[in-house]
Ligand binder design. Structure first.
Ligand code: ATP
Ligand code: MG
Length: 630
């Protein structure tokens, strides 16, 4: 075993040798001729000339060797269903769905938009697309018509796969009317809509000639055998739109061979999961974590993957840990927001179950604050690994890599640059930062295999968005601030556009948040910059207190606000002191746990908060409005 440093250095100095070794982790129909073609920077093509297929690697090769091994477990605490599929059964279901798609005219290179809840059929649909070389574009089943329409127009799908309804907190959330409205709004019209009818919304509208029923067609194709379509490594596998936290969503285009190799390598070096083991990612297929670590990577590694429909708190706060015990989960992947939700519950729920199968818990998607990291690691008594990445990269940029070397876990940091990423921290003039100097996290291209190959249909936007930070050198910008300490651990300090400019002083929202959170009464906080006629901008804080009785009266609120001011003054100086600290019980977040900063800021400035359909809890917005008096 080498050290992380050597491992990383080899991946950067000799990418050909390094990635050729990783490419052996997957099956190729035709071997590639060249590991990397970087003749047209920043566009990189990996494993040129090689032909492979994501579905073959995720399903067929395991179905051939271990047909009865468990591949997919679908658990819904919403409908109280639990169903397992072996690799052989998964292959049959995928072939049926693939045959349905082909019968509807879908073929290689065609787009299929998937707008579905977390049900097994959504996984079949994704894998069926991969099987026949169609490009899927999963849209989180929670987006409303407007957001969906934009994505329909951008991806121009021939087919949309959907369902009558999702379920949340025990209630049906109808999808179909949102979809119909989206298709009405969109300029592009799909030829067909394939409906998985869960019987949750019996009255849903059916459009004659366009809408077709999944169960009926599945019956017609029960015995279908659909051979895989071999794709050249760089052919697109899917499009996935970024969250849009900072602006108009970008259609991230993913390749096939590079993505497959990269995911396989992460299962070995980062997530440490293999054949016969079980992975439980609590994300949603609408997000990149869901694509990579609910569907593709665990299956490519021959694991059992768990697809969970439900919240972490129903029927009670022990549900995730019960799943860990029931299925002997070895690798778990969740988000910091979920950890913070669980932190507010009685830890007895966690200790009730046998968690001894669990090797690691991975958390990603947003900054993992130190107190939460420390808390959950203490409660679980196992390594909790923060990993930093983006929809664009498809797999971690920064992480600990226990499959390479056991390194000390430091709270509040996603550790080290992952192999393949020539990551550097840059000053705004393009020069490199020293240790302990804050700068912009950048990646010197070529981006490693599996990262976005371009923005769908818009090569110019790919270059102008991601590679135009400096004229020299050519660098992929993450739009995140970061810092590296003396030991090489990296910290993410928030997004570059989350900077607040107070009378010429540039302050990161994350730094102010950490300072506010330094007060022992505060559980969680969001800080945004609000336009100020005098100072340009002023930070404003919205804080959740651990014990609501501390802010029951106006006097108490004022007193605590003063204490928080003092805390900020002490750690950052009075310049960073928020104009106000508003106390709320819940913050507006997307269901993937990202703070809706743009919306908070817009409300605070009296502007339209924009698309709020993915909000986790609408009550959060009401509280905000009340606090602001708007
Ligand atoms: P858009 O790019 O459209 O604004 P988005 O950036 O929110 O949307 P994602 O790709 O889902 O969309 O999120 C990636 C971002 O999430 C990262 O750039 C970073 O800001 C944040 N992030 C993810 N993981 C971590 C982590 N472990 N620590 C800190 N921040 C993280
Ligand atoms: Mg982003």
């Amino acid at each position: 075993m080498s050290t992380i440093k050597e491992f990383h250095r080899q991946s950067i100095d000799q990418p050909d040798v390094f990635w050729a070794e990783q490419a052996k982790l997957i099956d190729w129909e035709t071997p590639y001729e060249k590991t990397l073609d970087f003749s047209r920077p920043p566009f990189a093509k990996w494993f040129v000339g090689g032909r492979t297929n994501l579905c073959f690697n995720a399903v067929d090769r395991h179905a051939a060797k271990r047909p009865d091994a468990r591949a997919l477990v679908y658990i819904s605490t919403e409908t109280n269903e639990e169903k397992s599929y072996s690799y052989a059964e998964l292959k049959r279901e995928v072939e049926r769905t693939a045959a349905i798609m082909q019968s509807l005219g879908v073929g290689r290179g065609d787009r299929v938009l998937i707008y579905m809840p977390m049900i097994a059929e959504a996984a079949f649909a994704m894998l069926a697309c991969a099987r026949i070389g169609a490009i899927h574009s999963v849209v989180f089943g929670g987006f409303a018509s407007g957001s969906l329409a934009t994505r329909i127009d951008d991806a121009t799908p021939k087919l949309i796969v959907s369902s009558d309804a999702g379920m949340r907190g025990g209630k049906a959330v109808p999808y179909k009317h949102l979809l119909d409205e989206a298709i009405n709004l969109a300029g592009h019209k799909p030829a067909h809509v394939l409906m998985v009818d869960r019987g949750l919304d019996p009255a849903f509208n059916r459009v004659e000639g366009r809408d077709v029923d999944y169960a009926t067609l599945r019956q017609q194709f029960l015995d279908a055998e659909v051979p895989v379509t071999w794709l050249e490594s760089s052919e697109p596998s899917y499009i996935l739109y970024t969250s849009g936290t900072t602006g108009k969503p970008k259609g991230v285009q993913r390749d096939t061979g590079g993505y497959c190799v990269a995911l396989a390598s992460t299962m070995k070096y980062i997530y440490c999961g293999g054949e016969g083991e079980t992975m439980f990612s609590t994300s949603d297929i609408g997000w990149v974590v869901g694509h990579s670590y609910i569907i593709y990577a665990p299956l490519i590694a021959g694991m059992t993957t768990i697809m969970y429909e439900g919240t972490p708190l129903r029927p009670d706060a022990g549900i995730w840990w019960k799943i860990v015990e029931d299925y002997k989960v070895n690798v778990m992947f969740s988000a910091p927001t979920a950890a913070r939700v669980l932190k507010k519950q009685d830890p007895a729920f966690m200790h009730k179950y046998d968690l001894s199968s669990l090797k690691h818990l991975f958390l990603a998607g947003e900054p993992l604050d130190q107190p939460t990291h420390e808390w959950i690691m203490g409660e679980l008594n196992l390594p909790v690994i923060d990993n930093y990445w983006q929809t664009e990269t498809g797999w971690p940029i920064l992480a600990a890599m226990p499959g390479v070397e056991q390194t000390k876990i430091k709270y509040g940091t996603p550790s080290f640059p992952v192999y393949g990423y020539n990551l550097k921290i840059f000053r705004e003039d393009g020069s490199e930062c020293d240790a302990n100097e804050k700068g912009i996290v950048g990646i010197v291209p070529p981006l490693p295999p599996g990262c976005l190959s371009t923005v769908w249909g818009d090569d110019d936007r790919f270059v102008s968005t991601y590679f135009s930070l400096f004229r020299e050198p050519l660098v992929y910008s993450s739009f995140d601030w970061g810092i590296r300490d003396d030991e090489g651990y990296h910290f993410i300090l928030g997004r570059t556009d989350d900077v607040i400019n107070v009378a010429g002083h540039r302050l990161g929202t994350r730094e102010i948040e950490e300072a506010v959170q330094g007060h022992s009464a505060i559980a969680e906080v969001a800080v945004v910059g609000v336009a100020d006629p005098l100072k340009g901008q002023m930070p404003m804080a919205f804080a959740v207190v651990k014990d609501a009785s501390r802010v029951a009266t106006a006097e108490q609120r004022l007193a605590l606000e003063k204490e928080v001011f003092k805390k900020v003054d002490e750690s950052l100086g009075a310049i960073a002191r928020p104009s106000r600290v508003h106390f709320v019980t819940v913050l507006p977040k997307t269901r993937s746990g990202k703070l809706l900063r743009r919306s908070i800021q817009a409300l605070a400035e009296g502007r339209d908060p924009g698309d709020l359909t993915t909000i986790e809890d609408p009550a959060a917005l009401e509280q905000l409005k009340q606090a602001l008096g708007v």
